[in-house]
Design a protein around this ligand. Structure first.
Ligand code: ADP
Ligand code: MG
Length: 328
C-alpha cells in the first residue's frame, strides 16, 4: 500500500534521511521509532507530500507522491508534529475549513464532521475555542482533521508528546481503534509506547532504517541477549574452565574484585535463563566455589533499541560483530 524506495533527504550538506526503503501493508499500526533527530518527521513530511525529497520514490496506494501528489494525498490523513490548529477558532469551524480544503461540501461535509467528532470524542467541545481546550483535546481535534476525507492511511507524528499520562492512555486507545479500520503510521521516541500500540516497528537511527519487525521479534534480534550476572569466590582461570562446560553460554565478561571475589556477566541465547542459572550454580558448587549473588535479566525491546541506535548498527539483521568480549 505504501512503498518507500531509496528515500534520501539532504538539508544542505546534512543528510537527514539516508537511503530509506520499506513497505507498509494495509491494515496494521506501524511505529517509527527513533531518538530525536533520527529523521522521523522528515520522512513523514515527505511521505505526506509536505516536503520534497533529494532522491528516491514513494508510492501511496498506487500513486507516486511526487508525480501525482493530489491523488496520493487524498488517501492520507496527516497529523504533523506541530498541528496547524487555529487557536481563535472552534473545532467545528476548524474542521469545516479543513474539510472544505479536502474538497468536501454540503451534507457530505456535515456528515463527515459528525463522524470524525464522534470517533475522536470531541462532540461536546465542538463550539469552544481551541485555545481553551486542553492539550489532549487539541490533539483529538488534530486527529479528527486527519480523518476527514476518509483516508485509508493515517500518519501521526509524535501524537502523544506533551500529554499527561491519562491523556496519553486515551490517545493510545483512540489510535488502537483507528487501527481497526485504517493503516496507521505513528512516530515516537518512546519505546514503551510503540511496544504498546504498534504491530510492526521501524527503528530509525541517523536517517537509516536499522530494524523493521514485530516488537516480539525485535526482542529476539539480540541473539545472545539474556544476561546473567553472578559473584563467585573463584579465580579467573577456574571460572573460565567452568564456563566452557556450561551449555548455551555465548559470551562472558569477568571482573575480579578484592578478597577472591569475582563478578561475572554471561550472555545466553537460551530462552530458559533459569535452567542456565541452575547449571551455573551446580557447576561452581561441584568445584566448591561458592556463588554469593546471582541475578538474571531478560532482554527487552529497550536493549535492542539502545544497541541499534547508539552503536554502529552492527546488530542489523541480528548479526553481531562484537568481539571485545570472550566467546566460546
Ligand atoms: P525526528 O523527527 O526523528 O526527531 P527530524 O526529521 O525532525 O527528526 O530531523 C532529522 C534531522 O534533520 C535533525 O538532525 C534535524 O536537526 C535536521 N533537520 C530537520 N529539519 C531541518 C531543516 N529544515 N533544516 C536543516 N536541518 C533540519
Ligand atoms: Mg520529529
Amino acid at each position: 500500500m505504501i512503498t518507500v524506495e531509496h528515500l534520501t533527504k539532504c538539508y544542505g550538506d546534512f543528510m537527514a534521511v539516508n537511503d530509506l526503503s520499506f513497505e507498509i501493508d494495509e491494515g496494521h499500526v506501524y511505529g517509527f521509532l527513533g531518538p530525536n533527530g533520527a529523521g522521523k518527521s522528515t520522512t513523514m513530511n515527505i511521505m505526506t507530500g509536505c516536503l520534497s525529497a533529494t532522491e528516491g520514490h514513494i508510492r501511496i496506494n498506487g500513486y507516486d507522491i511526487f508525480e501525482e501528489p493530489e491523488r496520493a494525498k487524498k488517501t492520507i490523513g496527516y497529523l504533523p508534529e506541530q498541528p496547524p490548529l487555529y487557536m481563535n477558532e472552534t473545532p467545528a469551524e476548524y474542521l469545516k475549513f479543513v474539510g472544505e480544503a479536502k474538497g468536501l461540501r454540503g451534507m457530505e461535509l456535515k456528515k463527515q464532521i459528525e463522524d470524525v467528532a464522534g470517533q475522536t470524542k470531541i462532540e461536546h467541545v465542538m463550539d469552544r475555542l481551541i485555545s481553551n481546550l486542553s492539550k489532549g483535546y487539541r490533539q483529538r481535534v488534530g486527529i479528527a482533521q486527519a480523518l476527514l476525507g476518509s483516508p485509508r492511511v493515517i500518519i501521526l507524528d509524535e501524537p502523544t508528546v506533551g500529554l499527561d499520562p491519562i491523556q496519553i492512555i486515551e490517545i493510545r486507545e483512540l489510535i488502537r481503534q483507528l487501527g481497526e479500520n485504517h493503516t496507521v503510521i505513528l512516530s515516537s521516541h518512546i519505546l514503551s509506547e510503540v511496544q504498546a500500540i504498534c504491530e510492526k516497528v521501524l527503528i530509525i537511527s541517523q536517517g537509516k532504517l536499522v530494524a523493521f519487525d514485530k516488537p516480539e521479534n525485535l526482542e529476539k534480534l539480540l541473539l545472545a541477549s539474556n544476561g546473567i550476572t553472578f559473584t563467585v569466590e573463584a579465580s579467573k582461570e577456574e571460572i573460565e574452565e567452568v564456563l566452557k562446560e556450561v551449555s548455551h553460554i555465548t559470551e562472558w565478561d569477568i571482573k575480579t574484585q578484592e578478597y577472591e571475589l569475582t563478578t561475572v556477566s554471561v550472555k545466553t541465547e537460551s530462552e530458559n535463563v533459569r535452567d542456565i542459572c541452575r547449571e551455573l550454580f551446580f557447576a561452581f558448587a561441584d568445584k566448591e566455589d561458592a556463588i554469593l549473588e546471582m541475578s538474571s535479566k531478560k532482554a527487552n525491546l529497550e536493549d535492542v533499541f539502545i544497541e541499534l541506535t547508539e552503536g554502529d548498527n552492527r546488530l542489523f539483521n541480528g548479526k553481531s560483530e562484537k568481539s571485545e568480549v570472550n566467546r566460546k
